[in-house]
Design a protein around this ligand. Structure first.
Ligand code: NAD
Ligand code: TYD
Length: 343
């Protein structure tokens, strides 16, 4: 079959492309990506050598351009990864989040309706459920947890999810949604916690921890997420939402200390800085539905996944140093240059 995916020059989309080319060499993979600051074509250099892979530089909000690709490629399935994905940026400039994450999703679903695509999958996030308190460790997000968002990013993703549900019910769009916890692994853009801390530590730069670093995230190795999406796409039930997570909760400060230890860097690099506005305290996924219905379980333990990730950043310095030497530098200066240091 032909799978058309969006946002494949970004972190999870690129990992998904390599996962599919390896595990389903019979399928054709078509990637559509606008190559925003977060998209990097060098990430896809190996894929571009594969005759079963095609790339189009297109914005998912550009309806005529999207329709043209559907007309030409006639995809059997669509996976929508493309999004503005960074919470801190959504606090600075919300509008682009609403455009890409909501209206872009609508364009992709309209294209599926128009061309009779047999399957549409929306890659969503556990952030649509808001957050959980630190003193109630027995609580987890299930698929029934009410949507309750905190940031413009999560609000835009939740809006897209609601629109997917509406298209499913009103137009019979054969859609599924996955809501995953925080991913980590190769090709993760160095503005997110784990790659930012690895890159800064390797450059002996301060490690900016927001607030007291007590916020908890549920970390999943990116390949496990890709396997979950692949399973949902091929075996999931239309109209269903699947939570994906690894039961691997970690406090930010503990992750940063672990990275220091693994890289042999002093904890004195850690700098506590002003907290993120509206900062979610804890995310924790209950993945029992996808386990029960599709047999999915995470395969990579956090210690192994973090070792693999650190190794990757050590052996792919060019990849992230090129990013850090480019336009991203202006962003870093803006976000951290005047950020109050708390100790
Ligand atoms: P990313 O920021 O690394 O990559 C996003 C990609 O989308 C980039 O290649 C970018 O060029 C492309 N893109 C952005 N706007 C576009 C547009 N208008 N048209 C076409 N392409 C566009 O993001 P990621 O971390 O790989 O996340 C992928 C998806 O997974 C997102 O939908 C995100 O909400 C979701 N998600 C991410 C995580 C995580 O931990 N990173 C967890 C759960 C869900
Ligand atoms: P992030 O990787 O941005 O993912 P998300 O906000 O989507 O969970 O951040 C993960 C956690 O790390 C979050 O609690 C914010 C925190 N954080 C820092 O403490 N310092 C940083 O420089 C960054 C980027 C994040």
């Amino acid at each position: 079959m032909t799978i058309l995916l969006t946002g494949g020059a970004g972190f999870i989309g690129a990992n998904f492309i390599y996962f599919e080319l390896k595990n389903h060499p019979e399928d054709r993979i078509v990637c559509l990506d606008a190559l925003t600051y977060a998209g990097n074509l060098t990430t896809l250099a190996e894929a571009l050598k594969n005759p079963n892979f095609a790339f189009y530089k297109v914005n998912i909000c550009d309806r005529p351009a999207v329709y043209e690709i559907f007309e030409k490629e006639q995809p059997d399935a669509v996976v929508n990864f493309a999004a503005e994905s960074h919470v801190d940026r959504s606090i600075e400039t919300p509008e682009i989040f609403l455009q890409t994450n909501i209206l872009g999703t609508q364009v992709m679903m309209d294209a599926c309706r128009r061309y009779g695509t047999k399957r549409y999958h929306q890659v969503s996030t556990d952030e649509v459920y808001g957050d959980l308190p630190l003193d109630r460790p027995e609580l987890f997000f299930t698929e029934e947890t009410p949507i309750h968002t905190s940031s413009p990013y999560s609000a835009s993703k939740a809006s897209a999810d609601l629109l997917v549900g509406a298209y499913c019910r009103t137009f019979g769009l054969p859609a599924t949604i996955s809501r995953c916890s925080n991913n980590y692994g190769p090709y993760h853009f160095p503005e997110k916690l784990i790659p930012l801390m690895i890159a800064n530590a390797l450059n002996d730069k301060p490690l900016p921890v927001y607030g007291k670093g007590e916020n908890v995230r549920d970390w999943l190795y990116v390949e496990d997420h890709c396997r979950a999406i692949d399973l949902i796409l091929r075996k999931g039930t239309v109209g269903e939402v699947y939570n994906v997570g690894g039961h691997n909760e970690m406090r930010n400060i503990d992750i940063v200390k672990l990275i220091c230890r693994k890289l042999g860097k002093p904890e004195s690099l850690i700098t506590f800085v002003a907290d993120r506005k509206g900062h979610d305290m804890r995310y924790a996924i209950d993945p029992s539905k996808i386990h029960r219905e599709l047999g999915w379980l995470p395969e990579t333990k956090f210690a192994d996944g973090l070792d693999r990730t650190i190794d990757w950043y050590l052996t792919h310095r060019d990849w992230w140093e090129t990013i850090l030497s480019g336009e991203y530098r202006n962003y870093y200066e803006k976000m951290y240059g005047n950020r109050e240091t708390l100790g």
